[in-house]
Ligand binder design. Structure first.
Ligand code: ADP
Length: 695
């Protein structure tokens, strides 16, 4: 007697499962429909299997043809069940290859069914004798060909398309395949009298149900997939936007170089106050534009995850000097009290990204000044030794921030209180960048504010200590630094220094040449990498400025060729680039450049580079400059045309002296006799006789 109890239990369960799916989730996805069909075939298989086994048990009481027919139906249902299994797998992976499988399997199923029908008449596969015993036919083994083929095909299908499936899907499918195979092995090998094949099929269907085909799970995965897709699209769009901003900003910096540089020329040359005022306005607007572009560049770097900190050893008091220099005057001009409180225990030399530290403190201080109409701005810098952090608090008595606006404060492009702030310049990027930079340094930015009374922004940044000697009384440092600033700054003059400037943009060449005019250096220019090489082959130079962005040979390519040909072995080569990105310097130095000068080129930075890299013996000392000036003045004096003035009183003499312009040299005599004497020995442009003066 066959043991049918497992199978019976599974039949009940499978029927309930189907009913539940049908009632609870009448709508099904394409996959789920095929899954339900598969479960329906399993249910049919279970029913037929129970009937067939019971009929075999009582075979002696039943005509053999009936048993043959029931078993034929059983094998047909098995075929349907296997076919549905592969269709289900195919619906999960869908591919050209798997389409072919399905077609192939259909043909196979038709042949299989045909064979089963032929078997009813021939008994080639199986038959039943008069006693109701099951008898194997001559090609009995063919009855299992379909099943074995299907299992083999399913394995190949899964292996070929495993990348299309999620890990948990794949795990569930392998598990259900294992359960199905186990059903066969157990029944065929160990327990031939226990019906396990369809029982295991039910177990497999259950595994699939819980992991992949619960309708809620299906909905969830569809939603997740959709969300992932949307996110991918949004990320791509965001990346495109960041790239666009970075490129645009880069492109804008190049013409800005010309604008700010040429404006500097106007400032140097212009005497008329109105023109100077216009030029100063251009300078200020240009600088504002540059800082906006820098903010956009920073933001796009942060958003694309490319922002990197460049830690260096730095002197903290020099960072403070810069901040005070850049903010104190602004606050005082607005009539605000500027208070600075510096913890004397801050270590004098720290290790961290100096430029970004300065940017954070500057941003908070500038905001405090910007958004405060009257009262004070208090900047306090503390050192928290326990966790090695710089704490900067900037407190103001400004307009404050509404509690409901605090959440939006650090979002990019968000400006608050727009009506009040309409006249205050800003983009709403600064605080976002500040916060992200502080976070990159293991710190944070917090804010406390009372609307209408003022705000206090606090930033913390982790920094390593290089030298723990405390900076001490900073105000003393500050006074020293300020008095140094007020000291006379020696002028850079080096008439014997030979400089080569290479840039494909003639306007830039003109700007830098003009900026350097007063250094009196011997300047040559080249408009391409090729020309640069030719110049260095022909002439000797003490320093080369080499633009990076040039058509054909870029700065880096040109440098490579120069190095190969040993044309710049002892010559500093400074790269000129609009990449104002922090970290750019390091990459250029790695590429072999001596240093880096960012565009738009400003005179102070340019002078700093020249001072640093030009052989000091070429730079004139202050005394030499003075001596040269005197010499030139004398020469000029000698060459001036002379005017001989005859005037008989001291009063007239003084008046005549005042009248003669710098273009002439005045020679003054009392009377005609003296005049005649002078004219015999010297040449004069003209003589003024009878000078009346103002009576
Ligand atoms: P921006 O100043 O360029 O507009 P920020 O990101 O620096 O951009 O600041 C965002 C907004 O936060 C500002 O527009 C302003 O409304 C508000 N804010 C920033 N600092 C202060 C402050 N100290 N007092 C009042 N409001 C401030």
């Amino acid at each position: 007697m066959y043991n049918i109890y497992f199978e019976l239990a599974a039949t009940g369960f499978t029927a309930i499962l189907l009913l539940y799916l049908h009632i609870e989730y009448p709508k099904a996805s394409e996959n789920n429909k095929i899954y339900r069909q598969w479960v329906a075939w399993i249910l049919a298989g279970q029913i037929v299997d129970v009937i067939a086994s019971r009929m075999t048990d009582y075979g002696y009481m039943i005509p053999p043809i009936l048993n043959i027919l029931v078993n034929t139906v059983y094998f047909m249902v098995t075929a349907g069940c296997f076919f549905c299994l592969v269709r289900y797998l195919h619906s999960l992976v869908k591919g050209r290859f798997s389409d072919f499988y399905i077609r192939f399997l259909k043909v196979l199923c038709v042949i299989y069914v045909a064979f089963l029908i032929v078997n009813i008449f021939t008994g080639w596969l199986f038959t039943f004798d008069e006693t109701g015993t099951y008898v194997h036919g001559p090609v009995y083994f063919l009855i299992y060909v379909l099943q074995i083929l299907v299992i083999f095909m399913s394995i190949v299908l899964l292996l070929s398309y495993r990348k299309k499936l999620e890990k948990r899907q794949l795990a569930a499918i392998w598990l259900f395949m294992l359960i199905i195979v186990a059903g066969f092995v157990l029944q065929a090998g160990l327990f031939p009298k226990t019906l396990l094949v369809f029982y295991n099929f039910a177990l497999a269907a259950m595994t699939v149900l819980f992991v992949m085909e619960t309708p809620d799970y299906v909905k969830l995965t569809a939603a997740l997939k959709d969300a992932a897709e949307q996110r991918k699209r949004a990320d791509a769009a965001n990346q495109a936007k960041s790239n666009f901003l970075a490129n645009m900003s880069h492109e804008i910096r190049t013409p800005m170089n010309a604008i700010i540089g040429l404006d500097e020329m106007i400032l140097r040359e212009a005497d008329r106050p109105k023109v100077r005022k216009f030029a100063l306005d251009i300078r200020s607007a240009g600088n504002t534009l540059l800082s906006i572009i820098n903010d956009i560049l920073d933001l796009s770097k942060i958003e694309s995850g490319k922002m990197e900190l460049v830690p260096v050893e730095y002197d903290f008091s020099s960072v403070l000097n810069d901040i005070v220099n850049m903010t104190m005057k602004k606050a005082q001009e607005k009539g605000l009290t500027y208070e600075l409180e510096v913890d004397p225990d801050i270590p004098s030399v720290l290790y961290g990204d100096e430029i970004r530290i300065r940017q954070i403190i500057l941003n908070l201080t500038n905001n405090a000044i910007k958004y405060t109409a009257e009262g004070s701005v208090h900047v306090a810098v503390l050192w928290r030794k326990e966790d090695s952090r710089l704490i900067v608090s900037v407190r103001d008595t400004g307009m404050g921030i509404r509690p409901e606006d605090l959440d939006r404060l650090f979002s990019s492009f968000q400006r608050l209180d727009e009506t009040k702030n309409r006249n205050i310049e800003g983009t709403g990027l600064g605080l976002n960048i500040t916060k992200q930079l502080a976070e990159m340094m293991g710190g944070e930015v917090t804010v406390e504010s009372v609307y209408g009374e003022g705000s206090c922004f606090t930033a913390s940044m982790e920094q390593k200590v290089v030298c723990d000697t405390p900076i001490g009384d900073y105000t003393k440092h500050l006074e020293e630094a300020q008095s140094k600033n007020e000291e006379f700054r020696p002028q850079l003059v080096a008439p014997n220094a030979r400089i080569l400037i290479v840039d494909d943009n003639e306007m830039n060449l003109e700007v830098i040449t003009e900026l350097m005019r007063e250094t009196e250096m011997k300047i040559r220019t080249a408009i391409s990498g090729k020309e640069c090489i030719a110049e260095l082959e022909k002439n000797e130079f003490d320093l080369v400025f080499l633009d990076q962005m040039m058509p054909e040979l870029s700065g880096t390519d040109t440098l490579k060729l120069l190095k190969q040909r040993h044309l710049c072995d002892n010559i500093p080569v400074i790269v000129l680039t609009a990449d104002a990105i922090v970290g750019a310097r390091d990459s250029y130095v790695k590429a072999g450049f001596t240093d880096y000068l960012s565009k738009p080129v400003m005179y102070p930075q340019l002078e700093e580079i020249l001072m640093k890299y030009i052989d000091p013996s070429l730079i004139l000392t202050q005394e030499q400059i003075e001596a040269e000036k005197n010499e030139r003045a004398k020469e000029a004096e000698k060459d001036k045309p002379k005017v001989l003035v005859i005037c008989d009183s001291t009063e007239k003499l003084n008046q005549a002296k005042a009248l003669i312009t710098d273009a002439y040299k005045g020679v003054f005599v009392k009377d005609e006799a003296q005049a005649e004497k002078y004219l015999k020995k010297h040449e004069v442009a003209f003589v003024i006789r009878d000078f009346k003066g103002e009576e």
